[in-house]
Design a protein around this ligand. Sequence first.
Ligand SMILES: [Zn+2]
Length: 451
Amino acid sequence: MRDGHFLNRFYKCCATGALALMGIGEPAGAETLHFSGACSAGDRLTVAAVGDLLFHKKLQAQAYSKNSSFKRFFTPVLKVLKGADLTYGNLEGPAARGVGPNGRAVKDPGKRLGVVYGAPLKSLAFNYHPSVVADLKESGFDVLSTANNHSMDRGALGADRTVDTLRKAGLPFTGSRKRSDAPGPWHVITKAKGFTVAWLGCTYSTNGIPDPKNQILHCYKQKGEILSEIKALRADSEMDAIFLTPHWGVENRHKPGARQKDLARAAIEAGATAVFGAHPHVLQPWEKVVAADEREGLVVYSAGNFISNQRQTAERAGIIAVVELVRPVGGKARLAAAGYIPTWVQIDAKGHRVSFNTSSKGRTGEALARTLGLLPAGNRIAPKWPVVLPTDCENSVFTAPKGPKPDRYWVRNIDSPKSGRSRKAKSTNVWNRVFSGTSKRKRQRRTGSTR
Ligand SMILES: [Zn+2]
C-alpha cells in the first residue's frame, strides 16, 4: 500500500516533468545511446524486435470468432512491423495441430477455444491454433523465437508439431527443434536486402516440464554452447549480424539480474550484434556494451509484453525496438543507430490490440513516463515509417560519461550509480527503488512461471 502511495506521488510530482524532460526531440546527449556507425556510408538494414506474443484465452476467443484471425491484434502497428526489413517476436506457446493438454495426439477441432487450443483447466498450458503462424507472417513478422517457458506446454509432440507448423508456413524460427531433427546448431539465418543475419533463441526454463530430448535451447544450462555458436557465426565472413533472443529474467521485475547481465555481455563479447530479451512481462533497461575489440553491441534486457491479456499498467507497456545496421563497401556490418517506439495493449469493447503509445495523460501517460524513465529517453522515436533514428554525426562515438577511459558498459538503472552520472540519470533510478523490495515482487520472484 505504501508503495502504491509512493507511486501515485511519483506520478503526480514527476511523471509530467519526466515526459517533458525526456520527450521526443530532446537533443542527443547522455540520455541517448549512439553508435559509431551512425554516419558511415554503406548499405543499410533496419531490424525491428518486439517482446512476447502471449495469446491468453480471451485473445484466442477473439481470433477464433467468425471472420477473425490473430491478425486483428496488430492492425494499428502494421506499418512498422511490415516496414522493417526484418521483424522479430517471441511466440510464447505451441502452435501444435491436434495436441491435447496431456501432450497426446487428438482429433483437430479446428479454430475453436477448448482443451486443444486454449489454456484448459486453468492450467495455462497454452496451445494456439496453427493459423497463428501464417497470421503473424502476414502481419509482418519475419522470424520468431520458439524458446520460452511455455515451449513444452504440450510436451515433446507439441514442440514437434509447432516446428511442423512453422516449416509449413515458411516462417523462420529459432530455439526449438523436433525430436527427429539431427543435433546441430540452433540458429536460423534470415536474408534481407543483401544482408545475412543469424538469430539464436533460448529460454531460462520450460516451467519444470521435462525436455528429455533437448528440443529447446536453454540459456543458462547451455551457455557454453550458445557462446561457441555465436563465436562460430562471428567467424563466418558471410555473416552481417548475429542476434541473441533470450527468454529470461524475473516476472514483473524491471531490473535485470546478474545471470542476464553475464550472458548478455558475454554474447556481445563473443560476437553478437544485439541481444533482444523478453519474458518479465515488463520493460527492462537498455545497455550498450563495447567488446574488447571495440565492437559496439546493444542489449534490450526485456521488451515487455507486445500482446497479452495481462492487465497491470506495466504489463501493457511494451516497445518496438528498431536497430539499423550499416555495411561499408568492403567492410563488416555494424550498428548504426537504435530507437524504440512505445506500445500499449489497448483493451476495449472491440477487443485487444497493440497500439502506439503517445499519450501524456491517464494510465497510458503513466505507462509512457515509466518507459521513458527506464530506457534512454533520447532513443525514443516517433511511430511512423520510415523511422528517424537518433544519430549524432559529429560525435558518433561511444557517449559514456566522461572519464579517463570509456566504460565498457553504458549502464542505465542496472548497476549501482557511479559518480559522474547526470542528475537525470540519477532521477530515473527512482524506478528501481519503486519496483524493488515490494512484497508483491518478492511473491513473484519465482521460477516456473505459469503466466
Ligand atoms: Zn515467458
